[in-house]
Ligand binder design. Structure first.
Ligand SMILES: CC(C)(COP(=O)(O)OP(=O)(O)OC[C@H]1O[C@@H](n2cnc3c(N)ncnc32)[C@H](O)[C@@H]1OP(=O)(O)O)[C@@H](O)C(=O)NCCC(=O)NCCS
Length: 173
């Protein structure tokens, strides 16, 4: 497996694996919103090309994808992570972990202060995520707080606190 930046020719494969990975979480026949969210993010101002990564087989097949986009804590720029996607037939082989380590390392190298996400703490704590409340950062919706997590990076300063806001397409999803 190789981890590399997304290119224009990966768009269809990303849409397809995102649909396949998220479809089981919705009633049969319902189109999951996550592939459309990725497309909207890519077309908008919050997109950060350096932080949209794919996992590909040596033959070039895309089997996983992760992205961070521009969010804010108060007025300060930070990162929001997601969706994270691994093609269902490739899950539980370390692809998701490899993508997470790669995107966190890339974000750190860029001098970003922190990455926020909504997800299962049982999965994300292994990557250094902690409840956002530990850093006095609040979720955009109070009911998310138990699953709202933050991973601080080298650019983090303790004065960075307040409410996190995702880029706009997340609000419509
Ligand atoms: C979540 C996901 C990206 C993990 O990718 P993966 O390649 O299977 O992950 P890895 O192989 O690196 O890690 C697998 C481990 O994560 C655990 N895991 C996966 N999803 C989990 C979850 N939601 N909660 C807790 N643990 C989880 C597995 O149990 C496994 O644990 P183990 O190593 O102790 O057995 C993948 O399952 C996926 O695409 N799911 C559907 C989309 C999704 O829910 N994305 C995340 C929200 S944006």
């Amino acid at each position: 497996m190789l981890i590399r930046r997304e290119t224009a020719s990966d768009t269809d494969a990303i849409r397809s694996i995102t649909t396949a990975a998220f479809a089981p979480g919705y009633p049969p026949g319902q189109v999951p919103p996550e592939p459309g969210l990725v497309d909207e993010l890519r077309a908008g101002p919050a997109w950060l090309p350096a932080l949209s990564l794919v996992a590909a087989t040596p033959g070039g097949e895309v089997i996983g994808h992760v992205l961070c986009t521009r969010g804010h804590v108060g007025q300060d720029p930070v990162l929001g992570l997601g969706p994270l996607t691994v093609r269902p037939d490739q899950q539980r082989h370390g692809v998701g972990s490899a993508l997470m380590h790669a995107v966190l390392g890339a974000a750190d190298a860029l001098g970003e202060p922190l990455v926020a996400l909504l997800g299962d703490p049982a999965y994300y704590r292994r990557f250094g995520f902690r409840p956002a409340a530990d850093y006095q950062i609040t979720a955009p919706r109070p009911q998310w707080q138990p699953h709202f997590q933050v991973r601080v990076l080298n650019g983090y300063q303790p004065g960075l606190r307040g409410m996190f806001t995702y880029p706009q397409p997340f609000d419509r999803t």
